[in-house]
Design a protein around this ligand. Structure first.
Ligand SMILES: [Zn+2]
Length: 687
């Protein structure tokens, strides 16, 4: 999902204090018996301790230890499940969860029954099935609500209310034709269904049926919910049915409470879903609509057929028609919309009695948008009437650049959520306009590739989801705008240098342990920016793209771990990149290359470069000579393997100016020590 807006990251003292809390010993507590002066002393002491801790951490980030920086990363041992080259191993396995769901929308409530067919492909016997009850986050007493309280309620993923949460009214299991009523336990957003008899390894199956209901939250953690619009309502439904947790070869069950910020890690399967809604509602969902003749008018079916073949956007329901009786098949009874989705890890949907609906085609993909009339733009800025065009660009661009879009539909729905991704369907804010609407649409549908196709663990490794996606978005934006990155300033070297100047957390930090104010940087912009560096400055686009495509190919519809990605990039490029991932991802190191001295000895000039940050990077330098000649040096990262000093001696000529990173592509935290001499005074490095 999208957590960032330009300028969203402000580093106040309060945030800094919050950030440091886990690492700082509490030196003193204000005593209820102490006077104001004592409290004042305490505060000063606390502030001094925090400043000292900051300085200590900052100095650590600056220490360059060549042996440590180039040491092999301590990755998990490869084996039969995941091999040393980064591929799924010979004995790789993963579980499978197929769903058949029947649900009804009644007023502001969902009532449903699901049948999960769970296949145990693991080599282990399973005694229970762990299921996620994400709606329970919205209970007033959920772990997420308590956490929000601790953070003074200022969380984006709130929406807690009195009647929030799932009501589970029945659980049944069926194993080898024997029906049972299993015991189950629930803890916050987690449910453990005890299978009674262990589910044997090697492909055995159990079917579990769950009856569930919940009140639709108004603001469902900015990921789902309802929005009142002129003359109607839009429901965005996600995290709406009990979903099994992933069981894998690394952690076994990956069960953990849903706290709001950390996203998911889900199994693949097929979905058959029947959604019964009031007749005046139009439904869009993950999957192919199986019964258009029952739920659409002949004219709408005709328009859809036309849209499939059209590059231009075609209305299925025009703004004038939205909400009109004649846009629905005649009758009064609720209608059941039937969808089927294959090989997906989730299912989401939206329904409204006032949708404007349009569509276009790209190859055999039907690309659609559903939005309220008030999302249409005006003279100042275009709006949702361009959504389908944006979506079509993104589907085509990512298909051609990385892996072909594998699903029959791609849908953008306007509603309350700022931006959320689900297979084949994304939710973006009804308020988004212009470049921001492009950018958020492009981002959410970009999630098709990460994590919908490449199914990594978003809760542990947000960077492999948001970071990888933001990275591909950067180039998609350039392609769309014909050369200029859209919102690219967030990933510019200068911005990343600013973001890394103050110690925070490593990119590797699990999503729920990142302070909300840091999420934009640590999960999105920094990992994206360092992948841009890896592509442009370390490996070169051709080699990088070959590696990245291979990673997608190897792990499509599977569950990669960070080591699988790193090993694949090293395998394909033939280069050791452990130093790169250690400094930028696993640690919170900083980049500071410097010119230590320039000395003339006879007809030789000796330039001493130093690596003063904790991370090594290739050194790019330019020397300008008297008379105007210039010379460029591209020094591989290996220059720093022995120590933090690199000496360059140039013969002849009179050196007028030396500059590190003359193109300004590196997130160097101190550019002041990058230049020596005269000649380009007043000219700042680009960007
Ligand atoms: Zn995202």
């Amino acid at each position: 999902m999208r957590a960032i807006a330009p300028g969203a990251r402000t580093f106040s003292a309060v945030m800094l204090a919050a950030l440091l809390t886990p690492v700082l010993p509490r030196l003193s507590h204000p005593s209820p018996y102490g006077g104001l002066a004592a409290q004042e002393d305490d505060r000063e002491e606390q502030e001094a301790a925090e400043a000292a801790e900051l300085a200590r951490r900052d100095s650590l980030r600056r220490i360059f230890d060549p042996a440590g920086a180039f040491e092999p990363l301590d990755l998990p041992e490869p084996g039969e499940f995941r091999d040393a080259a980064g591929s799924p191993g010979e004995a790789y396995w993963q579980q499978r969860a197929d769903y058949h769901i029947r649900a009804a929308l009644v007023d502001d409530r969902i009532e449903g029954t699901e049948r999960i067919t769970y296949t145990n492909n693991s080599p282990d016997s399973l005694t229970s099935l762990w299921v996620q009850l994400d709606q329970n986050l919205f209970r007033e007493t959920s772990y997420g609500a308590l956490r929000a309280e601790e953070l003074d309620g200022e969380v984006r993923h709130g929406g807690f209310f009195k009647d929030g949460g799932f009501v589970i009214s029945g659980v049944r299991a069926d194993f080898e034709g024997e029906a049972t009523v299993p015991e189950y336990r629930t803890e916050d957003t987690m449910m453990e269904i005890l299978l009674g008899e262990p589910l044997p390894p090697g492909g055995s199956r159990v079917e579990v049926e769950i009856d569930f209901a919940f009140e639709i939250p108004e603001t469902g953690g900015d990921r789902m919910g309802q929005l009142d619009i002129r003359g109607g309502i839009i429901y965005q439904l996600a995290q709406w049915y009990p979903r099994v947790f992933t069981y894998d070869d690394v952690n076994g069950w990956n069960q953990s409470p849903f706290l709001g910020q950390g996203e998911w890690y889900l199994e693949y399967g097929d979905f058959d879903v029947e959604l019964t809604v009031p007749r005046d509602f139009v439904v869009v969902a993950t999957g192919e609509l199986l019964n258009p003749e029952e739920v659409l008018t002949p004219m709408q079916r005709e328009r859809l057929a036309e849209a499939r073949l059209s590059e231009e956007t075609v209305h299925i329901i025009t703004p004038d028609e939205a909400g009109e009786d004649h846009t629905r098949p005649p009758g009064d009874a609720p209608l059941t919309w039937r969808f089927r989705a294959e090989n997906v890890r989730d299912f989401a949907w939206a329904a409204s009695d006032r949708f404007v609906w349009d569509a276009a085609g790209w190859e055999d993909v039907l690309i659609m948008s559903a939005y309220p009339e008030e999302s249409i733009g005006g003279p100042a800025s275009s709006g949702w009437e361009r959504s389908t065009e944006y979506l079509r660009h993104s589907v085509q661009y990512y298909s051609e650049q990385w892996l072909r879009y594998p699903y029959p539909v791609a849908i953008n729905v306007a509603g309350l959520a700022l931006g959320m991704e689900y297979p084949m369907i994304v939710f973006c804010s009804w308020r988004s306009r212009g470049a921001f609407l492009f950018s958020v649409t492009d981002h959410e549908i970009g999630h098709t590739w990460f994590p919908m196709i490449v199914g990594s663990d978003e809760r542990r490794y947000a960077w492999m989801d948001e970071g990888f996606n933001t990275f591909i978005n950067y180039y998609s934006g350039i392609e769309f705008a014909g050369g200029e990155p859209i919102l690219g300033q967030l990933m510019s070297p200068t911005q990343i240098a600013t973001d890394t100047r103050t110690p925070s957390h490593a990119v590797y930090t699990p999503a729920d342990s990142i302070p909300e104010a840091e999420i934009g940087v640590l999960a999105y912009n920094k990992p994206a920016a360092v992948l841009i560096l890896l592509r442009e400055e370390v490996l070169g686009p051709e080699v990088f793209d070959e590696g990245f495509r291979e990673y997608i190919r190897r792990w499509a519809y599977k569950h990669p771990q960070p080591a699988d990605f790193i090993r694949t990039m090293e395998d394909v490029s033939g280069q050791d990149l452990d130093w790169f991932f250690r400094g930028w991802i696993y640690e919170d190191a900083i980049l500071d290359q410097a010119i230590a001295s320039v000395t003339r000895l006879g007809d030789t000039t000796r330039v001493v470069f130093e690596n003063r940050g904790g991370i090594p990077m290739p050194l790019e330098a330019r020397i300008l000579y008297q008379g105007g000649d210039e010379q460029r040096f591209d020094v591989p990262v290996d220059a720093w393997r022995v120590d933090g000093t690199y000496v360059l001696e140039v013969l002849g000529g009179f050196v007028r100016n030396v500059q590190i990173d003359p193109d300004g592509v590196m997130p160097d935290v101190n550019r002041g020590n990058n230049v020596w001499g005269r000649g380009i005074v007043g000219r700042r490095p680009p960007r």
